[in-house]
Write a protein of this length. Structure first.
Ligand code: ATP
Ligand code: MG
Length: 588
């Protein structure tokens, strides 16, 4: 199990500086990769160029882990004068890759706020060049065509404790290899019947160096090259060449590729081509979710979620639909920093970054999720008042709006208790509370369902002298409730989300094996009889609001319509991160 670490922990261990610097967005926090680049620039390595890339494989939608890599790579380019970052699709496996993914990845990178300008590349554009490089290695006696099938190749490979065995085809002549490789390309052999392999060392302690496969025979339609090729380069052969071809100076990747670096080095040295510098960093893991594309695809394909953009998914498109802002995700990526050691970040930190942003930008409105009818007995039947409400106390420039008040209202069911426990200061029989922006009201009667005894309606009186929410006689009340006018409010559906998993680290939980057994059965709750204030009529899909006292919500971009408004709860108001941070501070 990975150690659960906090932001501060991480920064201290990696020798990072003042976390506040990242918050302003002006000076990026130092990290070990920034330090390497700064040193390189000082030494005028690469003639002072900084060229990075983000190299997704188009076999799924991007997730928050990819956002870390995107922010890092585009960030490193942006903060160095003349720095560039390419977007490159690593499309070497036609079986799993699709144009839909290419499209979504471009959309997500753009939405996050990054621009690859004219530097959009595809590994498939280099297939011919890669083929020529392979021929070059064959001519140098460094690659051979092998007739072992997949199982045999695995058997010959050996294990971590045992060396491998040389393939019986290892010592074919250069001419024979050239001829066979050409025939492979020409489609003369069956799928999987032959491979091209690098001739390195079957006894190497590093399994990646045991004559790795460079090409396989595979008849599969590629989303860009169609049926042009029936041999496809393996990832390890292709990846370093792509970086080299594009002149990438700093090839930033995740830790699992550390063991592959000697192989990339070998290929580039044998070919005698430009050699980028590879730097590995720890991938982002987040509590209560999974981040592997294979698992996310499984959740989509088996209907555990409604799609890649389900608001519970850690995908960029899911987070966007949920109501996350690009700013909050970029800020999160800044704050988690970059380390050389695997860890898992508390999802509460991501939510904290979101609240921080929405608190500044989201308009306040009133919405009642579980309505309870309130009748103000002494309020005239046909009177309607327009009360002034503040749009955002954090930002006076956002102005005010009018909210209608009338005799019949809805308040939140949980804001009333028949028999209030200690410290419950909200409405109860005989008790006076404030209605936000409106009046003080006192509960004078409770109507119950005859059969079930359930409270179905409250009768109250209001004090006309308290208009706006204050009493001229200085009388205090202990609670302020949100409300809507029954006749003026709009019907809405509200979707409340909880973590997708009940286990903090479902990918690694030991017992029960399958991560899917940790899916949270209550991750989605649909409330279908909500009421929101009339100013929300026609609210644009994706627009974000704070429902006072409830949390941040956004108009669902898929299911909301003119007929029925649908809101996603983006995040509640309660900040669990602030609490976690406080306890951490007390402990240290
Ligand atoms: P998976 O392992 O789930 O298939 P991947 O790493 O293979 O994902 P890619 O499309 O190859 O997915 O990723 C593109 C880039 O994003 C790579 O450079 C990869 O290292 C980086 N990346 C992927 N996941 C994370 C993560 N959780 N944290 C940081 N960077 C990541
Ligand atoms: Mg990958």
């Amino acid at each position: 199990m990975k150690k659960l670490i906090s932001e501060r922990d991480n920064k201290e261990k990696e020798g990072k500086g003042n976390a506040d610097m990242t918050k302003t967005g002006s000076i990026p926090a130092p990290n070990f990769i920034r330090n390497i680049i700064a040193e390189d620039l000082k030494a005028n390595k690469n003639e002072g160029r900084v060229i990075t890339r983000f190299p997704p494989e188009p076999n799924g939608y991007l997730h928050i882990g990819h956002a870390k890599s995107i922010c890092l790579n585009f960030g490193l380019a942006a903060e160095n004068e003349g720095g560039l970052c390419n977007l490159r699709f690593d499309d070497t496996n036609p079986i799993k890759e699709e144009n839909e993914y290419v499209k979504s990845i471009k959309e997500d990178v753009r939405w996050l706020g990054f621009d690859w300008e004219d530097r959009l590349f595809y590994a498939s554009d280099y297939f011919e060049q890669m083929y020529q490089y392979a021929v070059q290695l064959i001519k140098a006696g460094k690659a051979y065509v092998c007739d072992l099938n997949a199982d045999e190749t695995r058997e010959y490979r050996g294990t971590l404790t045992e060396p491998g065995k040389d393939s019986p085809y290892r010592n074919r002549s250069i001419d024979e290899n050239l001829d066979l490789f050409e025939s492979m390309r020409a489609g003369k052999f069956d799928n999987g019947s032959r491979t091209l392999r690098a001739k390195i060392d079957m006894a190497s302690p590093n399994l990646n160096m045991r004559d790795p496969v460079m090409y396989r025979i595979l008849r599969a339609k590629h989303h860009r090259t169609g049926d042009k090729w029936c041999i496809y380069p393996m990832y390890d052969w292709a990846h370093g060449l792509e970086d080299s071809t594009e002149g990438i100076t700093h090839s930033v990747c995740t830790l699992e590729f550390e063991d592959h670096r000697p192989l990339y080095d070998w290929f580039l040295n044998e070919l005698n081509v430009y050699h980028p510098q590879q730097i590995e960093f720890a991938r982002l893991n987040l509590t209560y979710t999974v981040m592997s594309k294979r698992k996310l695809l499984e959740l989509v394909e088996h209907g555990y979620v409604t799609g890649w953009n389900d608001p519970r998914m850690p995908t960029i498109s899911g987070l966007r639909r949920r109501g996350y802002t690009p700013e909050s995700i970029r800020n999160f990526c800044d704050r988690i920093g970059v380390a050389k050691r695997d860890s898992i970040v508390d999802i509460a930190l991501l939510e904290h970054c979101l609240r921080e942003d929405l608190n500044k930008s989201a308009q306040r409105v009133m919405g009642v999720l579980r309505p309870l009818k309130v009748i103000i007995d002494n309020y005239p039947e046909d009177k309607v008042e327009e009360l002034e409400a503040i749009n955002n106390p954090e930002d006076p420039n956002m102005g005010t709006r009018k909210v209608p008040f009338s005799r019949v209202l809805y308040i939140e069911r949980e804001d009333f208790r028949d028999d209030p426990p200690k410290k419950f200061f909200r409405l109860a029989p005989g008790r006076e509370v404030r209605l936000r922006y409106a009046y003080y009201i006192t509960c004078v009667g409770v109507v119950r369902d005859e059969k079930t005894g359930e409270v179905i309606e409250l009768h109250c009186t209001y004090d006309p002298k308290t208009r706006g929410g204050d009493s001229p006689d200085g009388r205090k009340v202990k609670a302020t409730l949100h409300w809507v006018s029954a006749a003026h409010s709009l019907k809405a559906e509200v979707r409340l989300y909880d973590h997708l998993f009940i286990e903090a680290n479902p990918g690694e939980a030991k017992d029960a094996g399958d991560y899917k057994s940790y899916l949270n059965p209550d991750s989605l709750q649909r409330l279908t009889s909500c009421r929101v204030e009339p100013s929300l009529a026609g609210a644009a899909p994706g627009s974000r609001y704070q429902f006072e006292r409830q949390g941040y919500f956004c108009v669902d971009s898929v299911d909301s319509s003119d007929d029925i408004l649908v809101f996603n709860r983006t995040v509640s108001l309660r900040d669990s991160w602030a609490k976690i941070e406080k306890t951490q501070k007390q402990k240290s």
